[in-house]
Design a binder for this molecule. Structure first.
Ligand code: SAH
Length: 435
């Protein structure tokens, strides 16, 4: 999923706790969240955009219908069913009961879809936030995994959901998935679909888009100059005093926001680096928050060999993949059913169009690659929810570049190759918003 391009002014939905409002928001935060985040999902126009993303569709279709042995006779929950497509597939794969949960009025359309596809006796659509709803455990005769205290809702065998936002975490719907898992999923045997997700970054060459951003910024500032002149001459008021504020605003918008890109695989200059891996059976709400400065995986050291055609480095691009495979945690490996036909979704440049695309963080100035020299791009990435809005993220990049030449000239027998540092840049630190 992903909501459509956001407006220029990010909305404010922050609750006192920084939680997403569907879990813990005051009335105002909930209303703002509904008006801005959820409202687009109530439109068929937007659901259709996701339904027409064939990489997305093919992965979920293969995951569910390719593993009907796993779904047969099971109780399934589709968190955020939207138009209901995943719930229909779960029923077609042989699920005994499917609960399709949807916050928005799209729930009404989902009910119609269930009837039209002859699965309304299997799928029950429940309208509400998954954080708030209850399952009809008694009336539907659902089996609890244990009689232990705290497990009185754990009747679900498989949670399916398409919760991923731009650069995986944007929209923060993962919180809702974790809460649904911890309340409803059978702990020992339950499966999460997707089961694992991986975030990647890689240095990319894409000067066209980088220069376009720079050009748009320059255009906005030149327009501001004209505007100031006109306002002074014609209306007699000096607006120049606001120039630095306008400049800040335009920089944040055009230069320090990541951009949605559909990069060709040739744009990727080095082996992508994993910056976060999530096991959906075990990950915590803290894991879902973002990427902390002291995270284990968040640093990178890309080695890029220059040749006469390569480069320059225009920025770093980020994307994610999702796996639908067997559980890998200790309990799950022993107790949960095996997923015989794993499925996979990639939103990376090697896989062509998805509606997620990649989020590319363009550098203010590109980094040249020189023929026969190795350029290192090393640093770290952080990702944090914004203070104003718990569904949006900022990303902090820190990086230096250095150019090395491996020198054989002075090499005597048995001696290591000599590495000369030809250039090392100052550290660049920049916060980007993920719009
Ligand atoms: N499953 C559908 C739609 C995915 S979009 C498909 O794959 O095509 C995600 C959906 O989740 C949206 O319709 C959104 O309204 C819903 N959603 C997001 N958070 C939710 C929550 N906490 N409770 C219930 N529904 C939620």
């Amino acid at each position: 999923m992903t909501e459509p391009e956001p407006s220029r002014t990010p909305y404010v939905n922050a609750s006192a706790t920084g939680e997403i409002p569907s879990f813990n928001g005051d009335e105002k935060a909930k209303a703002t969240d509904f008006a801005n985040y959820f409202c687009s999902y109530a439109q068929l126009y937007h659901q259709k955009q996701m339904l027409a993303d064939h990489n997305r569709m093919a992965a979920y279709h293969a995951a569910i219908l390719g593993n009907s042995d796993v779904f047969k006779g099971k109780v399934v929950m589709d968190v955020g069913t939207g138009s209901g497509i995943l719930a229909v597939w779960a029923a077609q794969a042989g699920a005994r009961k499917v609960y399709a949960i949807e916050y928005t009025d799209m729930a009404n359309h989902a009910r119609t879809v269930m009837e039209a596809n002859g699965v309304d006796h299997i799928v029950t659509v429940i309208q509400g936030a998954v954080e708030d709803i209850e399952l009809p455990i008694e009336s539907d005769n659902l089996e609890l995994e244990t009689a232990n205290e705290g497990d009185e809702h754990r009747v679900v065998d498989i949670i399916i959901s398409e919760w991923m936002g731009y650069f995986l975490l944007r929209e923060s719907m993962l919180d809702s998935i974790i809460r649904a898992r911890d309340k409803f999923l059978k702990q020992r045997t339950g499966l999460m679909f997707p089961s694992h997700t991986t975030m990647y970054i890689a240095p990319v060459c894409d000067e066209g888009e980088r220069k376009q951003g720079a050009g748009e910024y320059a255009g906005a500032m030149s327009d501001w100059s004209d505007f100031c002149e006109t306002t002074k001459h014609i209306y007699g008021v000096d607006m120049k005093t606001l120039e630095s504020n306008f400049d800040r605003e335009q920089k944040d918008y055009y230069l320090f926001s990541s951009r949605w890109t559909e990069l060709p695989s040739e744009a990727v200059l080095a082996e992508p680096k994993i910056i976060k891996y999530l096991d959906l059976s075990t990950c915590t709400l803290a894991d879902a928050r973002g990427i902390e400065s002291d995270a284990t995986d968040n640093s990178f050291d890309f080695e890029i060999n220059g040749n006469e055609y390569a480069g320059p480095i225009s920025g770093l691009s980020g994307w994610f993949t999702a796996d639908f495979k067997s559980r890998t945690d200790d309990v799950g490996v022993k107790c949960a059913p095996k997923v015989q036909n794993p499925a996979f979704l990639s939103t990376g440049p090697e896989n062509g169009y998805t509606h997620w695309g990649q989020q590319t963080f363009y550098f203010l100035s590109s980094i040249p690659l020189l023929n026969n020299e190795t350029t290192h791009l090393s640093g770290a990435i952080e990702m944090q929810r914004t203070k104003e809005n718990s569904r949006l993220y900022n990303s902090r990049l820190r990086y230096t570049s250095s150019r090395l030449r491996k020198d054989n000239k002075d090499k005597k027998n048995g001696e290591e190759e000599n590495t000369k540092i030809l250039m090392k840049s100052a550290m660049v630190e920049q916060v980007y918003q993920i719009p």
